[in-house]
Structure formats: C-alpha cells, structure tokens
Design a binder for this molecule. Structure first.
Ligand SMILES: Nc1nc2c(ncn2[C@@H]2O[C@H](COP(=O)(O)OP(=O)(O)OP(=O)(O)O)[C@@H](O)[C@H]2O)c(=O)[nH]1
Ligand SMILES: [Zn+2]
Length: 203
C-alpha cells in the first residue's frame, strides 16, 4: 500500500541537447521502489500556472524510448509529448512500468511469442502475466503531490483517464496523440484499438 507522496527534490535539466528546459522531480513515499519520475515543462507562451496543464502518463519502454524501436510507438510518442508539453506547459509522468508492467525481460519473451504469431495481449497471457498490469493510481498520487487537480490528458488509452478519475483527478480534456504507424508496429497498434478501445485513427 502506498502512503501519500510528497515531493523529494526538483532539479532542472536541459534536455534535447540543451534546447528544452525540464524540471525532474523525485518523490518520497512510494514504497514500491520503482522511482517514478515527474518532469515539468514551464510552457513557451502562457505561464503554466494560468491554465490546466497538459499531462502525459508515459509507461517506460526501454526499447522504444531509448533505442527508437519500430515494434511500438513509444519513442515517437515520448518525443511528441516533449514537443507539445514544452510548448503548452505541463508534466510528463514517466512511470517505470516497462512492458505494461511485466518488466523488460518478460517483454522480450512476449516479443518472441509475437514473432511466432501471437498478438501483444495473447503473448502476455501465454506467459501467465496480465495483459496490462499497470496501475495508474500512483500517477494520481504524483499529481496530488504536485498540487495538480485538473489535467488535459495526452493519450489514446481510455484506461489512463478512467483510473485517474477513479483516484480523484479531474480529466477536463482528452488530447489524442498522433498515430505513429510503421510497417513493424501496425498490427500492435491495431490490436490496441480493437482489444482495449484505444482511439487510433489509421490512414
Ligand atoms: N507486454 C508488452 N508491452 C509492450 C509491448 N509493446 C509495448 N509495450 C509496453 O507498452 C507500454 C506503452 O505505454 P504507453 O505508450 O504509456 O501507453 P499506451 O497504453 O500505449 O497508451 P497511450 O497513452 O495512448 O500511448 C510501455 O510500457 C511499453 O514497454 C508488447 O508487445 N508487450
Ligand atoms: Zn514501446
């Protein structure tokens, strides 16, 4: 069980080779030891305090976020989120939930099964793991620690909004991300739309 989170430390880091100023925020009180991180972008035009922040809950994806894997859309979504949130002001909550919560090694096992024809959710189930093991309650607790009660949520995943609302955060607008489709990730994205009602519009 998680106690209330409080802010531990806020540190400025110039990211994108110094083009973007981002404030990285650590927290006290999450006894999972996951080290989820908040990242605040002030916004280029209107002062961030004067409007509802644009927020992205981004689940860790080492292969996509760091190496630009074409098997998913995570790296491109993270880039898009940095662009848009740096422009408009808000937060990325970078959640250490690799592989929708199953971890990196298990995700590689799931990829090996997908290479044999199973879809992204079936592969998790074949490993006796939840098809989506993520709990976004911790993101709601992070927002409360940041004194953010209302958000505009950058996502195509309705479950993220629903879980935030259940944990007392007011999602005033759902802002869809672009659909970053390529020859490798098309069926992965189509499966998310079909099985989990992600709002993805394909060409
Ligand atoms: N188990 C598993 N996880 C995957 C696979 N492909 C990507 N992932 C993970 O899925 C997660 C995607 O996270 P997000 O982009 O934050 O979330 P989302 O549910 O796609 O929703 P959006 O907000 O619309 O992007 C990351 O943790 C990835 O590591 C896969 O084939 N199997
Ligand atoms: Zn990914």
């Amino acid at each position: 069980m998680m106690s209330d989170l409080t802010i531990k430390r806020r540190v400025m880091i110039p990211v994108r080779a110094g083009d973007v100023m981002a404030e990285f925020i650590s927290f006290n009180g999450d006894d999972s030891g996951k080290e989820h991180i908040g990242i605040f972008f002030e916004g280029q035009n209107t002062p961030a305090e004067s409007k509802v922040p644009l927020v992205r809950l981004h689940s860790e994806c080492l292969t996509g976020d760091v190496f630009g894997s074409g098997r998913c859309d995570c790296g491109e979504q993270l880039d898009e989120a940095i662009d848009r949130i740096n422009e408009e002001g808000g937060y990325i909550l970078y959640l250490r939930q690799e592989g929708r919560g199953i971890g990196l090694y298990a995700k590689l096992e799931a990829y090996a099964l997908q290479d044999r024809g199973y879809d992204t959710y079936q592969a998790n189930e074949m490993l006796h793991l939840p098809d989506d093991g993520r709990d976004f309650g911790v993101a709601a607790e992070m927002l409360k620690a940041l004194e953010v009660k209302e958000v505009r949520l950058l996502t195509n995943n309705p479950d993220k909004a629903q879980q935030l609302v259940e944990h007392g955060i007011d999602v005033v607008e759902l802002v869809p991300t672009k659909v970053h489709v390529n020859q490798h990730n098309r069926s992965y994205l189509e499966t998310k739309a079909k099985r989990k009602q992600h709002t993805l519009k394909f060409d």
